[in-house]
Design a binder for this molecule. Structure first.
Ligand code: FE2
Length: 470
């Protein structure tokens, strides 16, 4: 799954000055630090089981034909994702951590994402549904054996059970990818979930975040991936940021004002992209009889004006922001808004503090199969009152994906480093399809600026005006 960062010089938006990594790891909380080895292993087993339960829901929801066919050239057949989840678990936990014999060395190549682009995967001699299910079960049994026996110290790969955390996140990331495949699939609804909570009250439009340094990234979060490391101080000038992500109602005003047809709001690449694909609304929207409708997991329903807009590309987000007289936040601005408490100077794990996300904090884990109305999670707000930074929709930032100062690839270059560069934009915060195990205030996702099938929306920011405090 693509993920992020960079100090790109982009005019007034990048008033940041990046400083060397700072030795703040002792001040950062490590949520696993006080667990006994037995408690840590129980925590890992629980996380692996939760991921597998979700994978089973997503793959048992459809018949074998739907599991093996390709629903979009952008996605793999669901049965490829399933066996790939098992293949990665076998490589890292069974073979590397456990030192055990390979189960299926003959299929390594088929499930290597770097060997075969998604569009080509249906033509590979893949495991069938029954075979794939049996394979992932066998791998899981062996991985749990390894967990029982492995000492979770003495080696960086197993310190704080990192390899198990990496594999848990990998499965959860593919569960979100599989959810995106479900959204692209045509046919009757097969996934069901209750609606998200309502929003208790209207919120102010924006919040001013005061200027000054904060600690970005992490050196202590035990399951953080290489691109989130190390912690380093970043000086961010004062800025204003939207209290919630941009809603469908906000976005409809852009459409109604002719935003998709006015060159001046678009970057050159964005305008070319919009024209090449004749894009005039978010993916899955259509207008009929004077009403906007959207298709969501097989259900066609009126576009809900109070929900964050989702399925828009970076180019569309940027054009909307220009039309609104604003801009997208940089990645550093987003993280400062999400983690920094200006009253104490402390950088926290999440907007609400250091505690793991609960159902009261954020719309995560495919609990509700849609974003929640803007303002629906008051308990998840930051100290300054910025809402829904975690969950609901991934948020596009204006920042290109790059390594932090002091970055070192771990455990392999292909996890992040090979994606560093201007082709990818950073997204933050996770969506309703992201599990709590695969998101935190430091987590960085990345993707091409044209992508729309992912559960991505955005919020806007702006520079402070002369005399405005910050
Ligand atoms: Fe993968």
């Amino acid at each position: 799954m693509p993920s992020p960062t960079s100090p790109r010089a982009c005019g007034a938006a990048c008033a940041q000055e990046r400083r060397p990594a700072v030795a703040t790891s002792t001040a950062e909380p490590n949520p696993l630090r006080d667990l006994s080895p037995e408690q840590l292993k129980a925590h890992v087993a629980g996380a692996l089981t939760r991921a597998r339960d979700r994978s089973v829901v997503l793959t048992d929801a459809v018949d074998d034909d739907d599991l093996t066919k390709q629903h979009s050239k952008l996605m793999s057949p669901l049965v490829w994702d399933l066996a790939h989840i098992g293949s990665q678990e076998e490589l890292w936990l069974v073979r590397d951590v456990g030192g055990r014999e390979p189960l299926r060395p003959d299929i390594d190549d088929l499930y290597d994402a770097f060997q075969h682009p998604r569009a080509d995967r249906p033509s590979l001699p893949l495991l069938g549904p029954a075979e794939a299910r049996a394979y992932v079960r066998e791998v899981r049994d062996k991985a749990l054996d390894v967990l029982d026996a492995a000492p979770l110290h003495g080696r960086r790969l197993t310190e704080n059970a990192f390899a198990f955390g990496m594999i848990t996140q990998h499965e959860q990331q593919h569960d979100e990818t599989m959810l995106a495949t479900h959204q692209l699939r045509r046919g009757d609804p097969v996934l069901h979930a209750p609606p998200p909570p309502a929003a208790p009250r209207r919120l102010p439009r924006e919040v001013v975040v005061p200027g000054g340094p904060f600690r970005m990234g992490t050196s202590a979060e035990p399951w953080a991936l290489d691109n989130e490391r190390p912690a380093h101080e970043v000086d961010v000038a004062g800025f204003a940021i939207d209290t919630t992500p941009v809603t469908c109602g906000d976005y409809l005003a852009f459409i109604d004002a002719g935003g998709y047809h006015e060159r001046r709001w678009w970057s050159e690449d964005g305008w070319d992209y919009r024209n090449a694909h004749d894009i005039t609304a978010p993916l899955f929207w259509r207008r009929e009889n004077g009403q906007w409708w959207r298709r969501r997991f097989g259900v066609v329903e009126p576009v809900p004006e109070d929900e964050p807009v989702v399925h828009v590309s970076y180019h569309e987000a940027r054009a909307y922001a220009a039309w609104a007289g604003r801009r997208l936040p940089t990645e550093a601005e987003w993280e400062k808004a999400a983690r920094h408490d200006p009253a104490t100077g402390v950088t926290r794990r999440f907007p609400w503090g250091d505690d793991e996300p609960t159902a009261a904090h954020a719309n995560l884990g495919q609990r509700h199969l849609r974003p929640a109305p803007a303002g629906a999670y008051p308990a998840g707000a930051s100290p300054l009152g910025v809402h829904q930074l975690i969950g609901d929709v991934w948020e596009w930032t204006s920042t290109d994906f790059a390594g932090y100062p002091g970055f070192t690839a771990f455990p392999y270059r292909e996890y992040s480093e090979v994606f560093f560069g201007p082709e990818y934009k950073v997204l933050r915060g996770g969506s309703f399809g992201t599990d709590a195990a695969a998101i935190r205030g430091t987590f960085r996702n990345w993707d091409y600026p044209i992508r729309r099938q992912i559960f991505a929306g955005f919020r806007c920011a702006r520079d402070l005006r002369p005399g405005e405090s910050g």
